[in-house]
Structures are given as structure tokens and as C-alpha cells.
Ligand binder design. Structure first.
Ligand SMILES: [Zn+2]
Length: 72
């Protein structure tokens, strides 16, 4: 097997706009397994994966009064 494809997972806070990188190895491993499933299903090759997760960061959850945007 070739080297693991690069994987970037970001969490963007819909309230303050902060973007955090998700670096947890266990989570990354799970996403890489999804890559493999997609490659098998689509008979394709994935080189890169850029995931943007939208939600609220910990700070905004801890301080509800700061919350401007609840949902779309
Ligand atoms: Zn926030």
C-alpha cells in the first residue's frame, strides 16, 4: 500500500468563526477507513481529503450568551 493519503479535518465554529484542526489519531484513522471504502466503492484513488465540519466550538458552547447563530 502507498503512503496514507493526506487528511485534513477542520472544525469551524458557526458562532465565532474559529477554525480548529482535528488531530485525534483515532478519528483520523476512522476517516481513512472511510477513504478506503470510497476507493473500493467508486474504484477510484483518493489523494487528498479536506473535511470542514460546521458547528459550535467549546468556548461558544460554554458561553451561550455569545451565541449569535443557532442554525441556518
Ligand atoms: Zn466559537
Amino acid at each position: 500500500m502507498l503512503k496514507k493519503p493526506p487528511l485534513h479535518i477542520h472544525l469551524q465554529c458557526e458562532n465565532c468563526g474559529n477554525i480548529e484542526d482535528v488531530l485525534n489519531q483515532e478519528i483520523i484513522f476512522e476517516y481513512l477507513k472511510i477513504n478506503q471504502l470510497i476507493e473500493e466503492d467508486r474504484k477510484c484513488r483518493i489523494y487528498d481529503m479536506d473535511i470542514m465540519i460546521h458547528g459550535l466550538c467549546r468556548d461558544c458552547i460554554d458561553s451561550p450568551k455569545k451565541i449569535i447563530v443557532q442554525s441556518y
